[in-house]
Design a binder for this molecule. Structure first.
Ligand code: TYD
Ligand code: MG
Length: 459
């Protein structure tokens, strides 16, 4: 067996050092040196090696041989392209506390009815997991749901070898360490080496494996970013900790489409998928109030209705305040500037606060018109006269521009009973002639404001 040695390699420029150093002497970057295992191999090309492998003609490959495991939830299966592919490696990434361990325990519970599931917790004790299981109403007689609290990768592997589970969960990759490396848990070198070994185990033994990776706000902590190219599928768990609403997004999928999303609500007894997410954000039954308008957000394959709220008031400061929640701050500033220049408003002595309601976040330009009309509605203290949805991007000259997926946006508005839908002029409104909603197209922001006023004076 070749002797295992490790060296410290700069991830930016490839500089090799015999020991850890904080700053790379070659490219001067800080914190980029990570440990990697190196073993000297012969560099002679070995031809005529015995192998069981061979090339296959494309026509000989039968896709029905790709076996999938259905989870407990059809929404989750959809983002995976129809369930977990047998023997694939999946990364579930997200901020701490977002609900990764919760959903994995729910998945483990569902799957353990038909197969042996091993849940390795490297962060908590088995009792903590059992407490969570009680909260999730997991039955107490689960023989096929095996728990292990361990963070040494070699110990984990030898116990897996004994138990031979069909489905494996490792929570989390940052807490697991490979004892053959000197660096500490969670370092880039550890995370990469552990992930490579897990990948080999998953492929050699055909164990479908999910690994958990924590990310911070910037998505930079050693883990998910370096793991993305190793795994088959990357699922990102998103949401605000202080709201119950969560999104799982497939950002990479070797066995299905990316850009798929599933919506969940965190309840007292676990995560529940929401098949019709718009319903979550229109709890006020589309009641119109000053400073609030509705619009649509397209997220992956889903279109949802969202509410934009604005508050405009006299400022006590020489520089008025502007804040935005869930919206692109610079876009909000741009819309305020357009309203001043193209619609004759003056906000130089007014504070403006704009929010996307319900913990949603979007920087889509399609929200521009709704942001502008919420501000105008607040300034005029007049709500839209009917249940109105606003869809459109605003250009710097004040023109309303077309947005992506306009048809699915309009369909969602019609489905949810909007009486009026304001859209850019290029929209083919004839297609929706038969619906109960009135579609109105507009050319520019001044026209949108005058239509808002006219409708409120009964014109
Ligand atoms: P957790 O799954 O531990 O997050 P992660 O593994 O991503 O760090 O869940 C964290 C939060 O979810 C925690 O604050 C408690 C809350 N929670 C619920 O609201 N309902 C539940 O049923 C459970 C199990 C947790
Ligand atoms: Mg956890």
């Amino acid at each position: 067996m070749p002797k295992v040695t490790s060296s410290w390699i700069c991830q930016e420029c490839g500089y090799t050092s015999p020991a850890y150093i904080g700053k790379c002497p070659e490219c001067k970057a800080w914190g980029t040196i990570s440990e990697e295992i190196t073993s000297k191999k012969s560099d002679k090309l070995n031809l005529g090696i015995a192998t069981n492998n061979s090339f296959h003609a494309l026509s000989d490959l039968d896709l029905s041989e790709v076996k999938r495991i259905k989870s407990y939830d059809s929404e989750l299966d959809d983002i995976l392209g129809g369930g977990f592919v047998l023997g694939s490696l999946i990364l579930l990434a997200g901020e701490p506390g977002i609900g990764k361990s919760t959903i994995l325990l729910q998945i483990a519970n569902g799957l353990s009815n038909t197969m042996k599931v091993a849940y390795v917790t490297a962060e908590e004790s088995t009792y903590q997991v059992k407490l969570r299981a009680q909260r999730l109403n997991v039955k107490d007689d689960k023989q096929n749901l095996l728990l292990l609290a361990e963070n040494n990768l070699e110990v984990i592997f030898s116990l897996i070898e004994q138990e031979k589970p069909d489905f494996l969960i490792l929570d989390s990759i940052q807490a697991i360490y490979d004892p053959s490396l000197e660096s500490s848990n969670g370092s880039v070198g550890q995370v990469k080496e552990c992930a490579n070994k897990i990948l080999r185990l998953c492929k050699d033994k055909h164990i479908t494996t999910v690994i958990v990776g924590h990310v911070n706000k910037e998505g930079l902590i050693a883990g998910p970013k370096v793991l993305e190219h190793i795994v088959d599928t990357v699922l990102y768990f998103e949401g605000e900790k202080f709201h119950n609403f969560r999104i799982i997004r497939a950002t990479k999928n070797r066995f299905g489409c990316t850009d798929e999303t599933a919506f969940f609500e965190m309840k007292d007894n676990g995560l529940e998928s929401i098949a019709n997410p718009s319903s979550l954000f229109i709890s006020r039954n589309l009641v119109t109030v000053p400073g609030s308008t509705f619009t649509t957000i397209v997220d992956g394959s889903k279109t949802i209705i969202a509410e934009v709220q604005a508050l405009v008031g006299g400022s006590g400061y020489s520089t008025p305040r502007r804040t935005s929640n869930g919206l692109d701050f610079n876009r909000v500033l741009q819309i305020i500037a357009i309203l001043e220049r193209r619609a004759g408003y003056n906000f130089s002595k007014q504070d403006i606060f704009v929010n996307l309601v319900g913990g949603l976040a979007s920087s889509e330009p399609a929200l521009d018109l709704s942001i502008a009309m919420s501000i105008i509605s607040c300034v005029q203290d007049v709500p839209p006269s009917k249940k109105t949805a606003y869809i459109g991007e605003i250009g710097l000259t004040g023109e309303i521009r077309q947005v992506t997926k306009i048809e699915s946006r309009i369909k969602e508005c019609i489905k949810l009973g909007f009486e009026r839908i304001i859209v850019p002029k290029e929209t083919d409104i004839q297609k929706f002639k038969k619906s109960n909603s009135e579609l109105i197209y507009i050319n520019n922001i001044a026209e949108a404001i005058s239509k808002h006023q006219q409708s409120n004076t009964g014109v």
